[in-house]
Design a binder for this molecule. Sequence first.
Ligand SMILES: NS(=O)(=O)c1c(F)c(F)c(S(=O)(=O)CCO)c(N[C@H]2CCCc3ccccc32)c1F
Ligand SMILES: [Zn+2]
Length: 263
Amino acid sequence: GHKWTYTGPDGEEHWHEHYPFCHGTFQSPIDLNSELLRYDPTLVPIEVWNYNLSSYEQLTLGNNGHSVQLSLPRRMHLSGLPHRYSAAQLHLHWGSPTMPAGSEHTVNGKQFTAELHVVHFNSDRYPNVSVAADKSDGLAVLGILIEVGDYNPSFGQFLKYLDGVKYKDQRIQVPAFDIRGLLPARMDEYYRYDGSLTTPPCYPSVLWTVFRNPITISEEQFLALCTSVFSSSQQESAPVPLNGNYRKSQDSEDRIILVSFRE
Ligand SMILES: NS(=O)(=O)c1c(F)c(F)c(S(=O)(=O)CCO)c(N[C@H]2CCCc3ccccc32)c1F
Ligand SMILES: [Zn+2]
């Protein structure tokens, strides 16, 4: 597909010129504003299955120029949603050393340091994530807000390999680990709304679950994330740091945001 970036002539204001859904309805991310929240007692705790991967297994860590992503085996899946959703990949959105805030979802206008997305697809109905990606019930993404605080050993399990994927289109195999360690302790408190991919092609195909409680990574881990990778390829003469890879808040079009918790 057509080149897109987060700033400049191919930045988010221009995405719709080649990706029409980016100008459409149900776009993500949105501000999770208290005025729009509705408590829904039917929202059960999210359950994750087979997230505790063995270190004998290897995962593909890659730099696609837009983010760093980790492939996930499809036996990892979620229950507690309308369908079974199997894992496809996880990736991150972050800010920069000078402007550290880089989450996509915001809470009452507060932008967090970064955000982790674990992308799953509806494996009851579709064979893989690419077929599911443009279907209205195709994807379920877990959003985990990230703050700077205590060191996060689970994050360390793949941040330590970032030097192997410094440039666009580089990928390496890394030992798997317990992906549950990247999620917050409480999986019963979350925001839920119908939204979209936050990158082109912006398909309105995502059932979003953003956990109420952020996880923490250390200042050093944050700096490693926003200084180790480039959106340019190794061949290019001028290396372009990969950071600020977050889409701005979209109009919530008076969408209802369900919450599994009472204020
Ligand atoms: N924020 S987000 O909306 O969760 C989100 C991203 F931010 C993001 F960069 C990606 S990407 O890395 O694939 C680059 C552009 O699609 C995805 N890809 C998903 C959905 C699109 C189709 C597909 C096919 C195979 C594997 C993953 C995916 C994405 F879903
Ligand atoms: Zn994402």
